[in-house]
Design a protein around this ligand. Structure first.
Ligand SMILES: [Zn+2]
Length: 148
């Protein structure tokens, strides 16, 4: 077992929020964690349903970027991401098992698109120095599912 997983690609693609698996939040079924997270940006039930109906996580992300953000979003978004990721890995127990099986490996959402909030960008300018909040959340959720 590698002690570092620094890209959510290939055999670790399922760690990405773009992985397709049902994520049910407040009675709405989303096709991925990304859909659920983007929908949480709005309190408008119709807009949430519209996002749930989009085919791909990329479409959901773009739709989320067009939304008028709910009040307090900036302060709430890490907590909401934690909730979505907990739901993803508890409602899909096989994924929860896979997450637990990563043991104590560092989980880092390495990327090349300059996201140093949720991940860590490895481009020459950023050199992998990111806050990696998604990776940290995944490690917190790993601790939770391990105890189940
Ligand atoms: Zn970069």
């Amino acid at each position: 077992m590698s002690s570092e997983i620094t890209e959510f690609q290939g055999g670790y693609r399922w760690l990405s929020n773009f992985w397709l698996c049902p994520v049910d939040v407040s009675g709405v079924r989303y096709p991925s964690a990304e859909h659920a997270y983007q929908a949480a940006k709005t309190l408008d039930a119709g807009a949430r349903l519209a996002i749930a109906g989009l085919a791909s996580p990329g479409q959901a992300k773009r739709a989320g970027q067009q939304l008028e953000l709910r009040p307090g979003w900036e302060q709430a978004r890490k907590r909401i991401m934690l909730g979505v990721v907990v739901i993803k890995f508890t409602q899909n127990p096989h994924l929860g098992c896979q997450l637990a099986e990563t043991g104590d490996a560092l989980l880092e959402e390495g990327n090349r698109w300059h996201d140093n909030y949720w991940g860590a960008c490895g481009c020459p300018r950023h050199m992998g120095l990111g806050l990696n909040y998604l990776g940290r959340i995944l490690m917190m959720v790993r601790d939770i599912v391990r105890e189940d």
